[in-house]
Each structure stands twice: as C-alpha cells, then as structure tokens.
Design a protein around this ligand. Structure first.
Ligand code: ZN
Length: 265
C-alpha cells in the first residue's frame, strides 16, 4: 500500500511539473491515440517484473531495462537478459497480439490461431537502408521490400501476450477485452475452466516467447509472402504479423515460464 501511495504521489508531482491536470489523467491515458502506446509500453514493464520475479533465484540471468529515446537511435531494446556464464546480453522485444486477430481456422490455416503484431512503427528510411546494407545485414533490394519489418537478428526473442487477440473496438472507439461466444467456448477449453474471470486472469498472467530466428522464413517455419521479396524461402525478415498456433504450443511459441530452458541449452 505504501508503494501505491508513493506511485500516486509521483504521478501528482509529474502533473504539477508539466502543468497537467491530474484529474484528467484517466481520460488522457484512455484516448484512442494514447491507449495503444500506454498498453504497449506498459506490457514491457509487466514482462520486466514477471521475469525479475521468475528469475530471482537464478544468479546466472539478470533482467535489465534501459530507457532509450528511439528517435535518436536505430536500435533500442525493450528489455535485456544478461547471461553471466557466457557474458552475453540477449535482447527482448515485447509485442502484444494483434487486436481482434483470433480465428478458429481459415481456408489456408485450418487451426486455431491469432497474429502477433511485430512490425516496425517507423519504416526504414533510405539513409538507414544504406547503412544496414553496408554492414552486410541485407541487400538494398531486400531492405527496400521489407521497410516496415525487422530482420530476425534485430533482437533475440519476441515476447507476447494473447489477451489482445480478444480485444475489440467498441461503440465509443475504446479498446476493450470482449471475446464473443465462440471465442469464450474456445477459451474455456484452452484454459480448462468455465470460469470467465479465471480465464481472463490466465490470459493476463501467461506470456509466450519465440526465438526471433524461428519467426523468419529462413528458419523454414514459413514462407515470406511479400510480393517483391527477392528470396521468399530464405527471407531473413520477421513477418509483420507472425502467426501464433494454439495447436502447436511449445514449437515456435513457448510459455515464458520456461524461459530458463532457452538459456540452459
Ligand atoms: Zn521476404
């Protein structure tokens, strides 16, 4: 409770410092332009705290979050995990599932799935394309046809949460968690309970991770469907919306509670 009081005081001080109206803050963070950013960055902190708690007895792995102004740099990690044994730092990218992207199956994907939004918010400019191609990361042709995508080696792991796949935009243009009847019955089965508030909690507290390499076509898990992609079978770019298959849990996407296994291989 003391921590909550401290946090509230910090927000009051923040508003005072910047000449903002504290009472308007709940409305401000719910504005359609602001809410996706608050939720996206908020998710990075959820994962940071989740990992710190999960790894508190593991003295080989340390979780770090460096705050970087991404307008000034090309690369800024959401989070890092430092591995003491190998002296290596692994970068983590936190990305929520795409709004309203759950499907029980389509003509081409005959399995329950949703999409994870991994695309760049700022597309690559000509200057950065030149720089990256000189570094040998990819050819100019490859980079130009994937301006809004990440190369798989841009980060090591992608962390996601699936709850957003069951979000819709309501009449007031607000994003809300609202599965339809078909989705609730799928979730009852998936979470093994009929209790909807327990399902909601399960979705909030279970996160998944994938090795970035496994998301790119070069891993042979998929084919690049960009029209102008020079090498669709060996493409090194992560699709903007990689698929999360509910029937193949543990293959590409694994529950984040097993993250230590990734480091012990
Ligand atoms: Zn491609």
């Amino acid at each position: 409770m003391d921590l909550t009081k401290k946090s509230i005081q910090k927000i009051i001080d923040y508003c005072e410092e910047h000449g903002l109206d504290f009472q308007s803050l709940p409305e401000i963070i719910d504005e359609p332009k602001v809410a996706p950013m608050v939720r996206g960055i908020g998710f990075e902190y959820v994962i940071k705290n989740y990992l710190i708690n999960l790894l508190k007895k593991n003295d080989n792995l340390t979780v770090k979050k460096e705050i970087i102004n991404s307008q000034l740099t090309v690369k800024g990690d959401d989070l890092q995990i430092y591995e003491r044994d190998t002296k290596k730092s692994f970068s983590l990218e936190c990305k929520l599932a795409k709004n309203n992207s759950f499907s029980l199956g389509t003509k081409n994907k005959k399995y329950s799935h949703c999409s994870i939004k991994v695309m760049r918010s700022r597309t690559l400019g000509d200057e950065i394309i030149k720089r990256l191609s000189k570094k040998g990361e990819a050819t100019i042709e490859e980079l130009k046809s994937h301006k809004d995508s990440y190369l798989y080696n841009h980060f090591d792991l992608v962390i996601t949460n699936l709850r957003n796949a069951f979000y819709i935009t309501n009449e007031d243009k607000k994003f809300i968690f609202r599965p339809n009847d078909e989705e609730w019955s799928f979730l009852e089965n998936f979470c093994n309970t009929k209790n909807h508030s327990k399902i909601d909690n399960d979705l909030k507290n279970n996160h998944y991770f994938a090795n970035s390499f496994d998301l790119a076509p070069i891993s042979k898990n998929n084919i690049c469907n960009r029209k102008k992609c020079p090498n669709p079978n060996d493409c090194k770019f992560i699709p903007n919306y990689p698929v999360f298959r509910f029937d193949e849990l543990g293959k590409v996407w694994k529950n984040l509670k097993y993250i230590e296994k990734f480091f012990s291989i």
